[in-house]
Design a protein around this ligand. Structure first.
Ligand code: SAH
Ligand code: SF4
Length: 399
C-alpha cells in the first residue's frame, strides 16, 4: 500500500462568478464540462478532441479561432466557458536570454486579491527549460531557501500549473503559426522548440501537491497536445519519501532530489524534512524509483555552502552514498539573499568538489547561475520581486 501524504493546504475553489476555464483542464475535465453543457453524449469525445487540439496543440486564445467547430457551437462555448491564463503582471528579460514572468492567479474568493507566482525560462543552445512553480510559498523551511521563509498560501491547481507552460509558449511563439520574439534570444529553426524541458524547481514542494502536479504532467506530455517528452519533465523534491514512489507510478517523470548534505545532522538543519525522512530512507526510495536506470538517472542537487557542506570529505562521502543509485550530480552555487545565513563556496572549492565527483565517474555540471540581473535564480523567486516593489514604494513615498 502506498502511503498518501497531502499538504496541509486548502485547494482553491473556483472563483465564484467565473465561467469554467477550459485552458488547463485535463481531457476528462473538458469532457465533463461539455456533458454539463448538455452536449449529446455521442459528440462529447469528438468535441473534447477538437478543443484539446485547439487549446494545447495550436495555442488558441479565443473560441473564434476554432474554425472546424460550427459557428453556433463556438458562440455557445464562448458564452459558457473561458480560455483564461494567469495574468502576466510583469515580464523581465535578462541579457543572457532568461525570461521571468510574474503571474497573478485568479482570486479564489471575494477577499482574495490573487496570489502571485513566478515562472522562469532559460534558453540554451540545444534546449529551452521552463522552471514552474507548484505552490504559492512552501510549508517547508529549508534554511538556505528564500521561499522557505514565506508561509504556504496554497497549492496551485492543475490548470495554474499547465497555465505557466501555455503562457511561456504564447510569449515565446512556441505554437504552430505563432511568431518567435525578434530578439534572437529564443532557440529557433525548423522543428526547434522554444520550451523543450520542464523543471518543477520554482516555488513550492511539488510532492505536497501531487494530486495537481501529476495531472499537469499528463497534460503537458499528451502527444496530441503540448507533447513534451516525460524524459524532459523533472520534478524536484526536498525528499517527501512516501510520495516519491507515487510520482514514479503515476507520472513517469524524471526525479531530482535536493540532497545538499551527506550527514543527517547537517541535513536536518538545511532541509528540516530530513528529520522525518532521513538520508538512508530517501536513498532507498531513489533505488526503488520506478524507471530509474542508467538511461534515466536521478539528479541529485547539491547547493554549495561555504564552510558548511563543501569539503573534499563531503564530496567523497557523496560519491560513497550514491553507489548503486543511477545518479547525476548537479552542484548549485548558493544564490545569496539579503539576511541569508550562508555564503556561496569559493570557486576553487567548488572546482575541487566537482573534480572528486567527476573522478568517481559522475558528470557533475556546476549549474551556472542564469538571469542574475533579473533575480531569476533558485530560491529567490517572487520574494525578491516583492521586496523590490516594497523598496520602490518606499522610494516613491520619500519623494
Ligand atoms: N521544493 C523543491 C523544488 C523547488 S526548490 C525542492 O526543494 O527540491 C528548487 C531547487 O532550488 C532545490 O534544489 C533547492 O534546494 C534549490 N534552492 C533553493 N534555494 C536556493 C538558493 N538560495 N541557492 C541555490 N539553490 C537553492
Ligand atoms: Fe520549499 Fe524547496 Fe525551498 Fe525547501 S528548497 S523551502 S522544499 S521550495
Amino acid at each position: 500500500m502506498t502511503l498518501l501524504e497531502t499538504a496541509p493546504a486548502p485547494s482553491p475553489a473556483a472563483a465564484p462568478t467565473a465561467r469554467p476555464n477550459l485552458a488547463g483542464m485535463t481531457r476528462s475535465e473538458i469532457a465533463s464540462a461539455l456533458h454539463d453543457l448538455g452536449l449529446p453524449e455521442r459528440e462529447i469525445r469528438m468535441r473534447t478532441n477538437q478543443l484539446w487540439h485547439w487549446i494545447y496543440f495550436r495555442g488558441a486564445r479565443d473560441f473564434a479561432e476554432m474554425l472546424n467547430i460550427s459557428k453556433t457551437l463556438r458562440a455557445t462555448l464562448a458564452d459558457s466557458f473561458e480560455l483564461r491564463l494567469p495574468e502576466i503582471v510583469e515580464e523581465q528579460l535578462s541579457v543572457d536570454g532568461t525570461r521571468k514572468w510574474l503571474l497573478r492567479l485568479a482570486p479564489t474568493n471575494p477577499q482574495d486579491k490573487g496570489a502571485e507566482i513566478e515562472c522562469v525560462y532559460i534558453p540554451e543552445s540545444d534546449r529551452g527549460t521552463l522552471c514552474v512553480s507548484s505552490q504559492v510559498g512552501c510549508t517547508l523551511t529549508c534554511s538556505f531557501c528564500h521561499t522557505g521563509t514565506q508561509r504556504l498560501v496554497r497549492n496551485l491547481t492543475t490548470a495554474e500549473i499547465v497555465g505557466q507552460l501555455l503562457i511561456a509558449r504564447q510569449r515565446l511563439g512556441d505554437f504552430p503559426d505563432h511568431e518567435r520574439p525578434r530578439d534572437g534570444l529564443v532557440p529557433s529553426g525548423e522543428g526547434v522548440r522554444a520550451v523543450s524541458n520542464i523543471v518543477f524547481m520554482g516555488m513550492g514542494e511539488p510532492l505536497y501537491n501531487l494530486e495537481n502536479v501529476a495531472p499537469a504532467i499528463e497534460t503537458m506530455a499528451d502527444g496530441d497536445g503540448l507533447s513534451l517528452s516525460k524524459r524532459r519533465i523533472t520534478v524536484s523534491t526536498s525528499g517527501v519519501v512516501p510520495q516519491i514512489e507515487r510520482l514514479g507510478a503515476d507520472s513517469g517523470a524524471m526525479l531530482a532530489i535536493s540532497l545538499h548534505a551527506v550527514r543527517d545532522d547537517l541535513r536536518n538543519e538545511l532541509v528540516p524534512l530530513n528529520k522525518k525522512y532521513p538520508i538512508r530512507e530517501l536513498l532507498q526510495a531513489c533505488r526503488d524509483y520506478p524507471g530509474a536506470s542508467n538511461a534515466r538517472r536521478i539528479t541529485f542537487e547539491y547547493v554549495m555552502l561555504k564552510g558548511i557542506n563543501d569539503s573534499p570529505a563531503d564530496a567523497r562521502e557523496l560519491v560513497r552514498l550514491l553507489k548503486g543509485v543511477p545518479a547525476k550530480i548537479n552542484l548549485i552555487p548558493f544564490n545569496p539573499w539579503p539576511g541569508a545565513p550562508y555564503e556561496c563556496s569559493d570557486w576553487e572549492t567548488i572546482e575541487q568538489f566537482s573534480d572528486i565527483v567527476f573522478n568517481a565517474g559522475y558528470a557533475s555540471p556546476v549549474r551556472t547561475p542564469r538571469g542574475r540581473d533579473i533575480l531569476a535564480a533558485c530560491g529567490q523567486l517572487k520574494s525578491e520581486t516583492e521586496k523590490l516593489r516594497a523598496r520602490a514604494r518606499l522610494a516613491a513615498s520619500d519623494e
